[in-house]
Design a protein. Sequence first.
Length: 269
Amino acid sequence: MDIMNLLPEGRYNDVDDLLAFISIYDDQQRTKVYFKLLEDNREDIKAKVCVELGCGLGLMSEKMAQLGARRIYAVEMNPYLYELARSRLSCYKNVTVVRADAQDFVPPEPVYTLVHEFYGQMLYDEELYILENLKWKPRLVLPDGGRLMAGLTWVDYFEDEVVNSQMLKYLEDVLVSGLFDEEDLELWIDVAQFRYGQKFPGAFEVDLAGEKGDLLYMGLKITHQGQEVCQAGVCDNWSYVWTWRNKNRFRLSFVPGERAPEVVFDWIN
C-alpha cells in the first residue's frame, strides 16, 4: 500500500507506519508462529511483568494478557497505532499501553520478558539495534536471535519475457526484495547472525567459491534459543532478496541511517 497524495512529513511517516502494520497483520502465518512462541514460553509470561516494544495493534500484548501475565507494558510510538492498541486492550486490567519511542522507554519496574518483532528483510536493517541499546535489561527476550542466510540458483528456472538474464545483469550490485514469488527456498549459506546479548559485528564477507548458480538470493530466519521460529517465504512479511551473481565473494554491511540501519552491498575480488 502506497500513499498517493502529498502530506506533511510527520503525518506521512505516521500514516506510512500504520499502513505497514496492516500488511504485517495480513501475514497470518507470522501471527500464528508468534502466538506459538508465546505459548511455548508461557511459564516466562504467567504472573510475570512483560513488555512488548513496538506493539502495533497490540496482538502479542493481548495474547500475553490471556496467558496470565501480571503486568504488560505495550509500547508504541505511532499515534494512530497507539490509539488503536489502547482501544483493543482497554478490557485488560493487566495491560498498560504507553506511547513512547522504544529506544527511550524505561519500565517503572523490573521486567522478566520482552517481546518484539524488530527484524528487517535483511535481518538488521530495521530496529534490532534497539535491543542492543536498551537502558534496562529483561530476563528473557522473545525471540532472541536471527540469521540471514543465502542460496544460489539459475536464472533459467525463474526468467520470463520481462525478468530475464539480460535484465537481471543490470542488477548485479542491487538487492531487490520480492523479485520472484517463490516460497520456502533452500537457504544453506551463512551471511549474518544476530543473538541478543552478543554484539552485532555490522559487516560480513561471504565466499561463494564452489557454489553454483548465477542468481543469488538471501532470506531471513528468525530463531529463539537456536530453534527456527519462521523464515522468509514461509512468513510472507519477510520476502527473499535477490541479485545477479557477479563474483565469488561479496561484502554486506549495515551503516547508520536516518530511521534505521542502511544496507551496503558490493561484490569484491
